[in-house]
Design a binder for this molecule. Structure first.
Ligand SMILES: C[S@@+](CC[C@H](N)C(=O)[O-])C[C@H]1O[C@@H](n2cnc3c(N)ncnc32)[C@H](O)[C@@H]1O
Length: 206
């Protein structure tokens, strides 16, 4: 989806994953038909390993079909975003689009997403934002409609850093009905020491 792609480019996730290359692990929570994962794949030079979870087996089956059509073979699992069957610090990027605002306590999902995120890894979430259209969605589907300030506070409460945000234009009459947030988990990415060591060795040669 073009709307997701713009925010994924803005947050710099491509550069972050580019440093890790094909060893990178990406988790899409509430993957639905795979739109966010497919959008991310579309901006990357090197393809990471995609994982996806969803409560719905029907959506997982749909994700498998749609992602296979663009050459992706994700590992898909039926699971709840607030309690995922993954070890701590398993992924370089953990993301969710239009999922956590449907939950009674979105912060529980955010904390679980951060748990499975590696130090230095990137969290990316896209949610319905507070707006005229957001209010309609909120009334119709009883979701949260999140303000920029509230989203930033939620990510800050998870001890994330380098928090950024951008309204997402979903096109047609919905306009900028959503907002994307991104942030880093503090710490050194596991894969970066190799790069630092190479740089240090080069320094010794000078
Ligand atoms: C509005 S769709 C968004 C799908 C996809 N992320 C996208 O942007 O196209 C929400 C998805 O989240 C899933 N979902 C809802 N609650 C969930 C939960 N607690 N854990 C995991 N997935 C959930 C739904 O089954 C659905 O596939």
């Amino acid at each position: 989806m073009a709307a997701y792609r713009r925010s994924l480019v803005a947050c710099g996730v491509g550069a972050a994953l580019g440093q890790i290359g094909s060893r990178a692990e990406v988790l899409d929570c509430g993957i639905g038909s795979g739109a966010l994962a497919i959008a991310l794949d579309g901006i990357l030079v090197s393809r990471p390993n995609f994982h996806g979870i969803d409560l719905s087996s029907e959506m997982l089956a749909r994700a498998a079909v749609e992602m296979r059509q663009v050459g992706l073979v994700p590992e898909l699992l039926q699971a709840d975003i607030v309690s995922m069957p993954f070890a701590d610090a398993s992924f370089d990027v953990v993301m969710a689009a239009h999922v956590i605002e449907h939950l009674p306590e979105p912060q529980l999902a955010l904390r679980e997403m951060v748990r499975v995120l590696r130090p230095g890894g990137m969290l990316f979430v896209c949610m319905v934002r507070r707006s005229g259209f957001g209010a309609f969605i909120q009334m119709r589907w009883r979701t949260w409609a999140v303000s920029e300030r509230q989203g930033i506070a939620w990510l800050g409460a998870c001890q994330l850093e380098n928090i950024g945000s951008q309204p997402v234009n979903l096109g047609s009459f919905a306009g900028q009905a959503s907002i994307a947030f991104w942030a880093r988990r503090p710490g050194r990415p596991k894969h970066i020491p190799d790069i630092d060591a190479a740089t240090a060795n080069r320094g010794n040669d000078l």
